[in-house]
Design a binder for this molecule. Structure first.
Ligand SMILES: Nc1ncnc2c1ncn2[C@@H]1O[C@H](COP(=O)(O)OP(=O)(O)O)[C@@H](O)[C@H]1O
Ligand SMILES: [Mg+2]
Length: 255
């Protein structure tokens, strides 16, 4: 299996704080990687390096599909096909659903004018397919501020898939969602897998992560404490081992 993304020896310090220390991490083609770790483990810092928001310390290397990327920036990461769905859901509240889907990447017609009709009809198509919106109260014209947390999350993920993201990163997407919204969000992650794309799914709730991922990576105080394929460990074994990680900083590999 080839990798879409590989990080080698990536460290990041903020003044005195070593947020990441010699991290080696990869995401395979069409692989869903669960990234687990307590608050402050360095998960968001890792995401910010992968999305070009932070530069790693000198010596760290980043490869996209086996090619070295010298200096990743936010626009460059986006061009490569890296999309992030943030914890703080970045939608424009006062704007309509269709505007939110196409924000920053508006469709235009042959004359270069905004193709509003096309954007509306594409939004309606996505609502029925990718987003699976069932509420008759929601139309392409609805303003996003009336949406539930789960619906908002759905808009963000659909946007990522529509624009052919190769790697979708979800940083604690289930935070503050109700049970049914969380289920919906997990279905979106499964949709990424079915669409043949890759994802990094960050959540500190193991019960959310376990069912939808192929591999689990545990980050602890800035270092990779361990990783394994999901089919190597049952959920109960995983829970037992995470408890050991919290105390020792290491995840024992399965013998
Ligand atoms: N911009 C920053 N400046 C200073 N310290 C930071 C910054 N970003 C993160 N940190 C520190 O780095 C560590 C890891 O943070 P973070 O990556 O947000 O962890 P997580 O997402 O796993 O909770 C924490 O100790 C945090 O306080
Ligand atoms: Mg975080």
């Amino acid at each position: 299996m080839s990798n879409v993304l590989t990080l080698k020896n990536v460290s990041k310090t903020f003044g005195e704080v070593a947020a990441l220390h010699n991290v080696n991490f990869h995401v395979g083609d069409n692989e869903i990687v669960g990234l687990l770790g307590d608050n402050g483990a360095g998960k968001s810092t890792l995401v910010k390096i992968i999305t070009g928001y932070h530069q790693p310390n000198p010596g760290g290397e980043l490869f996209w599909k086996n090619e070295r990327v010298e200096r990743l920036t936010v626009p460059k990461a986006r061009d490569l096909g890296i999309e992030v769905v943030f914890q703080e859901r970045a939608l424009a509240d006062k704007q309509s659903l269709w505007r939110n889907i196409f924000m920053g990447r508006e469709l235009s017609d042959r004359l270069g004018l905004l193709d509003v009709a096309k954007m509306r009809s594409e939004t309606r198509r996505l609502m029925n397919t990718a987003m699976g919106f069932t509420s008759s109260a929601v139309t392409a014209e609805s303003t996003v501020k009336t949406f539930s947390g789960g619906e908002r999350q759905g808009v963000a993920i659909t946007r990522a898939l529509y624009f052919q993201a190769e790697l979708v990163i979800l940083d604690e997407p289930t935070m503050g969602l109700s049970l049914s919204e969380t289920r919906k969000c997990l279905e979106f992650v499964e949709g990424i897998k079915k669409a043949g794309k890759a994802a990094i799914f960050i959540d500190h709730n193991i019960f959310h992560v376990y069912p939808v991922v192929d591999r689990i990576v545990v980050l602890d105080r800035g270092t990779i404490a361990g990783q394994f394929m999901k089919n190597e460990l049952s959920l109960q074994e995983l829970i037992d081992r995470l408890y050991v990680v919290a105390q020792t900083g290491h995840l024992e590999s399965k013998n």
